[in-house]
Design a protein around this ligand. Structure first.
Ligand SMILES: *[C@@H]1O[C@H](CO)[C@@H](O)[C@H](O)[C@H]1NC(C)=O
Ligand SMILES: *[C@@H]1O[C@H](CO)[C@@H](O)[C@H](O)[C@H]1NC(C)=O
Ligand SMILES: *[C@@H]1O[C@H](CO)[C@@H](O)[C@H](O)[C@H]1NC(C)=O
Ligand SMILES: *[C@@H]1O[C@H](CO)[C@@H](O)[C@H](O)[C@H]1NC(C)=O
Length: 347
């Protein structure tokens, strides 16, 4: 016999998974926002953009690459295995910042998105290294009219993607903000061990998922991408996030991504190693490095200083937070860093 309760539950799962509008319905409902699903190589990627009502368009219809006058798009890039939902607190605070700060008027929109297999983006079924991800991302962004003036905010592994794009196509960027970002010194045995363990855990989760048992347990650790009751984030976002967690190819996508992190770091390292003498990876791109003071990694502050030295136009800030800055008590420091990054670009 089929139970009605189950049918109801399944259709709720379906609704949440189909419609990011439901997931984001509590996030600044008065701000105009759109989820786009551009197509490239037969796959759709989900990109959700929020309009800035305080944006003042003072471009003179010219298409030059004058950085100070092109409309800016802030793009948020999460770390593994997180995606658009993790930015809820930052998104909630953006309108307040935008309407109260001069630099805010230069921002046309701000967007979050989901890498392949996360959130509402199509499953790719294979590992996607940073250079391919960043290339595809540019195709997707281009097809919704975003091809200039990007301020790329990368957290954790998202920072590796931001470094990759900045190193290969700086022209489309107005700035980079690295939030407790990974760096090439992560290429060591500890990381390999962590990744092997991570892959193993995610594979187990994926296997027991089919039993349905996992749906009733609220105890997964945060690094697994599950957002439990205790996480300070909008409830609707958490519900949607956790339905994606169990109801899609999320876990498999996480395995694919873990498997490619070393390659992505290796690629960055080879770019750095082949720089001409006196050149740095990010040239003079406005760069703000935001370091989490509670990050326990060895030599973290030294490594983050090294990162900030990648650009000759940079600022190094710290925040009193664990590595999970976007959902921590000091998430506002991410917005402060964006503001500082715009100021660096105006100098
Ligand atoms: C800004 O204004 C110019 C000239 O009026 C217009 O062509 C352009 O599309 C506007 N840009 C944006 C981002 O609204
Ligand atoms: C090696 O990588 C791990 C994982 O990213 C990091 O926690 C650790 O601090 C790194 N060790 C060194 C010596 O850089
Ligand atoms: C970063 O650059 C500053 C100024 O050039 C220099 O004093 C410092 O030693 C550099 N830090 C690292 C970690 O390379
Ligand atoms: C940092 O946060 C911890 C707890 O979250 C608090 O005890 C400490 O006083 C804070 N430090 C600073 C410098 O704000």
């Amino acid at each position: 016999m089929v139970s009605h309760k189950n049918i109801l539950l399944e259709s709720f799962v379906f609704l949440f998974m189909m419609y990011p509008d439901l997931a984001f319905s509590h996030i600044t409902p008065n701000i105009q926002q759109t989820s786009y699903f551009p197509l490239y190589n037969n796959k759709h990627l989900h990109i959700r953009c929020f309009n800035n009502p305080s944006y003042i368009n003072n471009t003179n219809n010219n298409n030059d690459n004058d950085d100070t006058s092109s409309p800016k798009t802030v793009l948020f890039e999460a770390g593994t295995p997180f995606y658009s939902t993790i930015w809820g607190n930052v998104l909630n605070y953006m309108p307040n910042y935008l309407s109260n700060n001069e630099n805010g008027k230069l921002i046309k929109q701000y967007c979050v998105y989901d890498r392949y297999g996360y959130g509402w983006s199509d499953f790719k079924g294979e590992s996607v290294r940073s250079d391919e991800m960043v290339n595809d991302l540019q195709q997707y962004l281009g097809s919704i009219g975003i091809d200039d003036g990007i301020i790329y905010v990368g957290w954790s592994y998202g920072g590796v993607l931001a470094q990759e794009l900045a190193a290969t196509n700086p022209g489309i960027l107005d700035g980079v903000v690295l939030v407790d970002s990974m760096d090439v010194l992560d290429l060591n045995d500890t990381l390999i061990q962590n990744i092997v363990q991570g892959v193993y855990s995610f594979k187990i989760l994926d296997m027991i998922k089919v039993t349905g048992l996992t749906k009733f347990y609220d105890g997964y650790p945060l690094p697994s991408g599950y957002l439990s009751e205790s996480i300070n984030l909008d409830g609707q976002l958490k519900i949607s996030n956790n339905m994606v967690y169990f109801g899609s190819d999320f876990l498999q996508s996480t395995v694919f991504e873990l498997q490619v992190i070393m390659d992505s770091l290796g690629l960055l390292k080879s770019r750095i190693d082949s720089l001409a003498k006196g050149k740095t990876l990010l040239g003079d791109i406005p760069l703000v490095v935001l370091t989490a003071l509670e990050n326990q990694d060895e030599d973290w502050m030294y490594r983050q200083t090294l990162l900030s030295n990648y650009s000759s136009n940079s600022l190094h800030l710290t925040t009193n937070s664990s590595h999970f800055v976007p959902i921590g008590p000091t998430f506002y420091d991410i917005i402060k860093s964006i503001d500082n990054c715009i100021s660096l670009g105006l100098k």
